[in-house]
Ligand binder design. Sequence first.
Ligand code: ADP
Length: 464
Amino acid sequence: MAKSEKKLKVLFVSSEVTPFSKTGGMADVAGSLPVALRKAGVDIRVATPRYRSVDIFGSEARLKGGVPVYFIENDGYFMRDNLYGDERGDYADNLDRFAFFSRRVLELLKEIDFKPDIIHCNDWQTGLVPVYLKEIFRADPFYAGIKTVMTIHNIAYQGLFPKGEFHKTGLPWDYFTMHRLEFYDMVNILKGGLIFADTITTVSPTYAKEIQTPEFGYGLNGLLSERKGSLFGILNGIDYNEWDPAKDKELKYHFSALKPDGKYKDKSALQKKAGLEEKPDTPLIGIISRLADQKGLDLVSQIIRSLLGMDVQFILLGTGEKRYHNLFEGIKRRFPGKASINLRFDALLAKEIYAGADIFLMPSRYEPCGLGQIISLRYGTIPVVRNTGGLADTITEYDPKTTRGTGFVFERYDAGELFNAVRRAADVYRQRGLWKKLVANAMRCDFSWDSSAKKYADLYKKIT
Ligand code: ADP
């Protein structure tokens, strides 16, 4: 950036930010994209709620590289064990909580005297920010000219509330129309964000196209295709320092594309820890996932018994829907030494699986971007994925003839197709030379934040 050029100022707003709070991939994005943008010369700051899990002193902290993080406080709303709900379901006051958060974020700017060029919002929890900016704050010259970006991380979660809760937004009733926040007689907060934001992004180019169709758009496809000129797909990255098989502190043995041998020691360490037989030549298949339909676990449940009839091992790490917990408990009893089932959230075990497994399954029904397959590539663990969303944009089918490609990809959402893709992987696995080449291809991919952060920075410049 030329010295004379003014630094772009951005406020990044997210309801979860790693390492302070996390339920999914969006937290990782919020904890790493701003770091990369700051490196790219953007004056960026982050705002997020102060949940109980936020373990800091005072109401401000910093991400790596010095990005300031402001915590919005309200003990009644945020000092809880979970972010959005518990085993009984979503918290009943979620609309109050995130309406409060969105309004406070805008007030905060004036209090800290930070006037951003852009406010970058993420998912429905921040959907009221662009609406409030236009309806409530525009009269104040401090807020004049601020532009908004709304990023969709998963369009299935829209912040839908009964009409009877509309008053909680504090907006006049003329906002409750189908051209604004109304959606089949309910309040749709994400919809408001998408209509009032200047620019919309989502987390992969393929998902940007998919959400304009009825199959993937969850009722917002019409609105998104109308706005397609302002809709961009930018792939998420991962922090390559945090995820680095050559120097991860959590790993016993290190490895890289040039020196891959440590991976096989990590594999036997994992087998030992997970109660699997220590078989170096049996392909170890891993899954790390929320146990939800989106992730294709119904396909996995249809093939898991036949799969474990072959010479493979299976390790699962995840929590979620009860029926999947029951299913995998059954698998654990039926296949001791062959299947390791871990129904919990465990960051250390996740890293050990990324490093020690041979194959990573991600047969998602839909996948906005997906981080699991990107982390797997980094650790030379070969993804088997369905050709959808960010999976389609990151993984290409391995061709043993040309030795090009990074994984195994199937088209239709179908258990037989998944089974065949795993079998293709297992076949190549047994041809050591071909497999080594495949692992090297995977580890040579670059899905670090650098190139995607540049795309966001370019987009910010274009908008202002
Ligand atoms: P989503 O955000 O839809 O859940 P992503 O693939 O984008 O899916 O991100 C999920 C992230 O959460 C990945 O970093 C994955 O490793 C991590 N993860 C998911 N489940 C667990 C778990 N049970 N324990 C540890 N990490 C998990």
